[in-house]
Structures are given as structure tokens and as C-alpha cells.
Design a protein around this ligand. Sequence first.
Ligand code: UD1
Length: 344
Amino acid sequence: MKGKILVTGGTGFIGSHTVVELQEAGFDVVIVDNLSNSSADVVDGIEKITGIRPTFAKIDCNDIDAMRDLFKKEGNISGIIHFAASKAVGESVQKPMLYYRNNLVSLLNIMDLMTEFNVKAFVFSSSCTVYGEPDVNPVVETSPVKPALSPYGNTKQIAEEIIRDGSVPGTCYKSIILRYFNPIGAHPSAEIGELPNGVPQNLLPFVTQTAMGIRKELSVFGDDYNTPDGSCIRDYINVIDLAKAHVKALDRMLEDKSEAPVEIFNLGTGTGVSVLELINTFTKVTGVEVPYKIVGRREGDIEKVWGGVDKANDVLGWKTEKTLEETLESAWKWQLKLRERGLM
Ligand code: UD1
């Protein structure tokens, strides 16, 4: 066993795929999740894939006493990956205090507990949202951080600052901040995947639900952007590729290879794909049409952003392996599985 890793938000979309990769790399995993946006059944899905049942504790990271009890009970936690956070941009505008509390109090608690329990390695889930609308693509880690467009985006920026400021000399742990582009797809086994609550806000779950007939049609938010086909461009990264980068990040810190107390890496494919390209590729690989209509722009949307990933390639020794086609296929297989299970 390589060590014990605490994964907050470990039953969520990215969290669950990362738990699988951690177990497959030989780590012992303890999941903490308050199940506010996921289900305990995900633990069964993880066990089906890896044959190992991770420890699961239903705890809210904002509850420092419950978290401390868990640290005491588990003992010897080598590293923490902190996914647990609220992530709906629109909701964050409606309920800013909820977002600041959920996303920042939990972080402060974890940083305090890492010091108290002498944890060595910390991985934080950040987002390309910190770059706002970039002046130049691809964006790299040294590209300017732009003023946040929502309380959600602001929590990621503030969290990055807290981690930087908290890393004073003598801190027992190293940190790696990972800035995700747009994670999509599902485990090829279709045992775990993305399961949004209610109407999906993100593009791919809306595409797969429309293809399934759950939604009548997809609204494409704008075709008058300054892009080749007029629709917005993003960097869609396979969730398993993304998950593997977390293992590399932990290994780097646990093997004392970090070159600074806090390091930042972009995690993307390095390639931009438009909304219309994504829909067309989905139809090409699945053979299923996705009814869509072009509607007005969504407020606050970024026109185009994709990530420069040389630093993650060279320093972490990580690169994406999955194609967009296989990623879309995996998402469709997951959607079919949800239907089979009567969940969608
Ligand atoms: C969004 C958030 C981002 C957050 C991320 C979390 C905004 C502006 N940004 O990113 O801060 O980190 O989710 O997952 O909300 N689209 C459609 N029709 C749809 C849904 C989406 O055309 O029904 C388009 C959007 O206009 C966008 C692209 O698809 O161009 C991707 O949208 P989405 O999946 O919501 O991701 P982001 O906007 O990149």
C-alpha cells in the first residue's frame, strides 16, 4: 500500500473517477462526502471496478469536529485531494454566502487539520474559470487571472490565494493546484459517471439527455461568436485522463519532487472544440441525432478558452490519452446504463 489518501467529494463526478485511479495505483482511499450532489451508491460502482471498497464517511467538510474525529480514527493520512465544493455558476449568483461558506470554510478546516495531523500532500481542484476571457489562447499557468464573473469563480480564486498564503515556511505539507478545463465522459465500464441533479447546466450531460429523449432539444447558446463556426470553444478533457493527473500530483509531493510549496498545473487537452463540433462528433460516434436550436448567448459565457498543458506534460509527466470520440462514446454508454438502471 502506498499510503492513505483522503478524498473529499469522492462520490462526485471527478472525485469518483479519481478514487478508482488512486486505488489502481495502490493507494488506500477514504472518501468524505456530504452527498449533497451525489449518492452513496457510487461507492458500489467504485468497488465493482477495482474490487476494493473505499472507506466512506458521510461528513460535511464544514463540520470541523466531525472531520477531526475522522482524522483521529483513520490516523496516518498521507495526502488529501479536496474536490468537495459547490459548482453551479448560476446558483452561486443567487446564493453567494452559501458558496463562500461551502467552498472556503471547508478549505480552511482542511488546511488546519493538515497541520494538526501532519499531512504531507494537498491537491486542490481549481478551474480554468480563473483565466476569465483570455487575451490569448492557449492559456498557460502564468496567464493573468481575471476578475471573477461569479461568486463561484471567485471562490476558486480566493481558495488559490488562501493556499498560497497558507504555505508559510515550516508548513508540513506541499500543495498542487490543478486548474481543470471542461471534464467530460465516464468510466468505460459505465459503473460510474456524471449524474447531475435536475436539469443539467453543463453541455455534455444535456447532449446525452437530449439524445436519450429526456430533453426535447438542446439550446446552443450563440452562433455569433468570433470563432470558425460561431459557437463557443472549450477544452473538453476526459475525466479519466484528468483523474490520472491527480495521482501524478500526489506522487510528486509524496516523493519530495515538488520545486515549490505550491505548484499550479493546467489540466486540459491543449485543443479547443466548438459546441457545434462537439454535437456533430457525438452524432458521428453514436449514430444518434441530437435535436438542437440556436438561441441567444448565455450571460457570462466565455467565447473561447483552451489550455496550454506543456507544464503538466513536462513536469508532472502526464498527458491525455483519450480521444474526443472515445470520451463521447463513454458518456453515451453511461447514459444508456442510467436508463437501464431506471435512474434517467
Ligand atoms: C461552466 C462554468 C465554469 C465552471 C464549469 C463547471 C459558466 C459561464 N462557466 O463552464 O465556471 O467551472 O461550468 O463545470 O457557467 N452550452 C450550450 N448549451 C447548453 C449548455 C452549454 O450551448 O445547454 C455551451 C456553453 O455556452 C459553453 C459550452 O457549451 O460554450 C460549455 O458549457 P458548460 O458545460 O456549461 O461549461 P463552461 O461554460 O465552460
